[in-house]
Write a protein that binds this ligand. Structure first.
Ligand SMILES: Cc1ncc(COP(=O)(O)O)c(C=O)c1O
Length: 358
């Protein structure tokens, strides 16, 4: 298979990493004496399943169950298959992997919105890429100028949707316009999509070959400790990523944990309903507090809140040993608070009430 034309030129000079070559060749074997592993010590002495075909099928089934496709075979394109998925050690690995595969250090520009999740900028800078910031605007900070992005000519544009820390979602038309207008890749990080009632960009994959979706098992699926995320994209993109990804980053125990969670999703689904209800209750309560200037209408499991008296409130939260994220560097007087359990949310709200007293 020809490697993706937008991959860094160095990659076309390389083979797949040696330890994984045999899994992607046509050869078959009954006895594997090529790995220098210990034959006496059980299941984990083998390297993890690298193709994860069954796990990917199960994951796809779950994705499509959660957001049924409008008509996946539109334009006579085949439906999504395991060839469209690459599991990674969390989305953080996915971000780094995409940068290393497609963007040339000291040359390419990366576009990140502002405010957004800091990792896109962090790993771009590590790779000596130029980071161009695109300010989000509008009441919900969910509007962006496609023309501005086009002028930046980015190799990759990262859009977090719903966005961290605002919790708000961008209109699907804007994402489609971005994909249509840009030569580079548009990466939609859907780390929190399970908490939104609006649609995923997954169904646009068939219309845009430059679209890449990131998902993670760390948030809604409650598996942050397992380290598993997924890149969902055109098969030619997934193929070239294999040349760059460190072999076997998704361990066997991780794969077992993900499978277990996907096969028994009911309690996970119930927890989402509970978190969404608690979030909406907290948004309503916070909106009535005098010391709160603005509460963003979140579609995630956190809320961005603009405080009237930032220093005093942060001090009180600290005194009560409650951690929230200080976002004031990116947006004046802003904090991001995760939705905890009922008791934790109440304690947080009590402090906010207390801080509003004169
Ligand atoms: C938007 C976003 N993407 C990705 C991640 C990283 O997730 P993972 O645990 O899968 O690396 C986070 C974690 O906070 C996040 O907020």
């Amino acid at each position: 298979m020809r490697l993706h034309p937008k991959a860094r030129p160095i990659i076309s000079k390389l083979s797949l990493p040696t330890p994984i070559q045999k899994y992607f060749s046509n050869c078959e074997w009954d006895i594997d004496l090529s790995n220098n592993t210990n034959p006496y010590l059980g299941d984990l002495s083998d390297y993890p399943d690298i193709k994860q075909y069954q796990l990917k099928k199960l994951y796809l089934k779950t994705l499509l169950f959660l957001t049924p496709p409008p008509s996946f075979t539109e334009n006579n394109k085949p439906p999504l298959t395991p060839n469209n998925i690459l599991f990674t050690a969390g989305s953080m690995e996915a971000i780094d992997l995409l940068l290393r595969t497609f963007s040339e250090p000291n040359t390419d520009a990366i576009c990140v919105t502002s405010p957004t999740f800091s990792a896109y900028e962090h790993w771009s800078l590590i790779h000596n890429l130029r980071v161009k910031k695109l300010p989000l605007y509008g009441d919900n900070l969910n509007q962006l100028s496609v023309d501005k992005v086009m002028r930046m000519n980015p190799k990759i544009t990262f859009i977090c949707d719903p966005n961290n820390p605002t919790g708000t979602k961008i209109k699907p038309e804007l994402i489609q316009k971005l994909c249509d207008s840009l030569e580079g890749f548009v990466v939609i990080d859907e780390a929190y999509i399970e908490f939104s009632d609006h649609s995923s960009s997954i169904f646009n994959l068939h219309h845009h070959e430059n679209l890449i979706i990131l998902r993670t098992l760390s948030k809604a699926w409650g598996l942050a400790g397992v380290r598993c995320g997924a890149i969902i994209a055109d098969a030619s993109i997934i193929n070239v990523l294999r040349y760059v990804q460190l072999p076997f980053t998704v361990s066997s125990p991780s794969q077992v944990s993900v499978k277990k969670q996907l096969l028994n999703p009911e309690s996970t689904f119930a927890s989402w309903r509970r978190i969404k209800k608690n979030r909406d209750d907290l948004i309503e309560s916070l909106s009535k507090v005098k010391g709160v200037t603005k509460v963003f209408k979140s579609e995630t499991n956190f809320i961005m809140v603009i405080l009237n008296n930032f220093q005093k409130t942060m001090g009180l939260l600290q005194e009560h040993k409650i951690q929230v994220l200080d976002c004031s560097k990116n947006y004046p007087s802003a904090i991001r608070v995760s939705i905890g359990n009922e008791e934790q949310n109440k304690k947080f709200l009590d402090v906010i009430h207390f801080a509003s007293k004169d």
